[in-house]
Design a protein around this ligand. Structure first.
Ligand SMILES: Cc1ncc(COP(=O)(O)O)c(C=O)c1O
Length: 411
């Protein structure tokens, strides 16, 4: 099977990404660190450039044409983002810096108002630190307890345990749609249904899902959903928090400042309605312009072919890596995104990363901001290759050849 046998015209798509034709250490760049951040198509780069070259003005303030245009662009992208996530209304979309800020916003605002001694927040054993630490901080502040849904060694959540852990004490469940270090696709609909049957709201960390699949927050039924623009082919420093309107309306502002107020006096301030209530200060307007272009780009992709292609890359990479003596796969859930974590006997992942880099192959090594996953599995770190739709079987071949070279040098 060739790289395009799954029906996706990968070469045409690759041509949109200027960085994919560059080199590293004099070799063609093989970029397989997409779970850390994705590359950007020229449509995104041009949209950001165009905003600064022709459209730069502050939003919501000026009565002049340039400012009105910037405001229309900004609010237009909010509507686009609502369609992208299938939110009911555009006011359910808050622009944030990324998933980390989105989770901190909910932890601070919802957590401070709803958590007290004896209450519990439930996360899972495979969360990224950004879906652990904000909850730990607010639990500590409010005297609440952080509880953890366990997983098995394949990296699948133990659903029976999840059902037992959701009790009258549970005030919120926060879990990843897709694990960044293991690739597991979690049963977010089932967990949301379980939680809602007990009146517990659910936040889904969608940082790793949005680049791999169409997301439908109404079908999932969740209360909050977060995405990072930079992981879905958009700019850094911009992301989305989706929140059901009634949840967001009931929450206090996260930050105070300009643009989030209705009326200010020294005695008392009243706040703007959502979404403005959660967008204090001048936002990342250029980032919003770029994110809008990324959403357009994703919306135009043939998703059935993308899914088939990424699945083919996952299967091919899994088979090829397993053929290398000493390789152990980490994360073997039945439902997985195109993320392949592995260890190599007797070689520290940092050494793997450094040697494969010499071959032009960019992988991530370390704990991937999931130290509890590493502790659970009893390993210090892994090497992780994470594929996007623009990767090819040739990229997998280059990765595997580079890993074989590591064995020759250090094995
Ligand atoms: C599952 C998951 N959640 C959250 C984050 C944090 O995202 P950001 O750094 O864009 O805020 C990441 C980043 O790697 C992630 O993979």
């Amino acid at each position: 099977m060739t790289a395009t046998a799954t029906g996706l015209d990968v070469e045409r798509l690759r041509a949109d990404f200027p960085i994919l034709s560059t080199t590293a250490h004099g070799k063609p760049l093989v970029y397989v660190d997409n779970a850390a951040t994705s590359q950007k198509p020229r449509q995104v780069i041009e949209a950001t450039d165009r905003y600064y070259a022709q459209g730069n003005a502050n939003i919501h303030r000026g009565v002049y044409q340039l400012s009105e245009r910037a405001t229309a662009m900004y609010e237009g992208v909010r509507e686009k983002a609502a369609r992208f996530l299938n939110a009911k209304e555009a006011r359910e979309i808050i622009f944030v810096r990324g998933t980390t800020e989105a989770i901190n916003l909910v932890a601070s605002s919802y957590g401070r108002a709803n958590l007290g001694p004896g209450d519990e927040v439930l996360v899972t054993a495979m969360e990224h630190h950004s879906n652990i630490v904000p909850w730990q901080m607010i639990c500590e502040e409010r005297g609440a307890t952080l509880r953890v849904i366990p997983m098995n060694r394949q990296g699948e959540l133990l659903m029976d345990e999840a059902a037992k852990l959701i009790t009258a004490k549970t005030k919120l469940i926060a879990l990843a749609h897709i694990s960044n270090s293991l690739g597991t696709i979690n049963p977010v609909r089932e967990i949301t249904a379980l939680a809602h049957a007990r009146g517990v709201p659910v936040l889904i960390d969608g940082a790793q899902a949005a680049p791999h699949m169409p997301v439908d927050v109404q079908a999932i039924g969740c209360d909050f959903y977060t995405v990072s623009g930079h992981k879905m082919f958009g700019p850094t420093g911009i992301g989305l928090l989706y929140g059901r309107a009634e949840r967001l309306e009931a929450m206090a502002p996260y930050q105070g400042g300009g643009d989030m107020i209705r009326h200010v006096t020294f005695e008392k301030t009243t706040y703007a309605p959502i979404p403005a209530k959660f967008e204090a200060g001048t936002p990342n307007i250029a980032g919003v312009a770029g994110l809008g272009a990324a959403i357009d780009y994703l919306a135009a992709l043939p998703w059935d072919a993308v899914a088939a292609h990424e699945h083919d890359l996952l299967r091919y990479a899994t088979e090829q890596l397993c053929d290398v003596p000493g390789v152990t796969l980490i994360g073997t859930a039945r439902r997985k995104a195109s993320v392949v974590s592995f260890t190599l006997d007797g070689v520290h992942p940092h050494d793997v990363g450094t040697i494969v880099d010499q071959e032009g192959v960019a992988v991530r090594t370390g704990h991937h901001c999931t130290q509890p996953v590493m502790d659970f599995l009893g390993i210090p770190a892994t090497t992780r290759a994470s594929f996007a739709f623009y990767n090819t079987r040739a990229d997998v071949d280059a990765l595997v050849a580079a890993v074989r070279k590591v064995r020759e040098v250090l094995g």
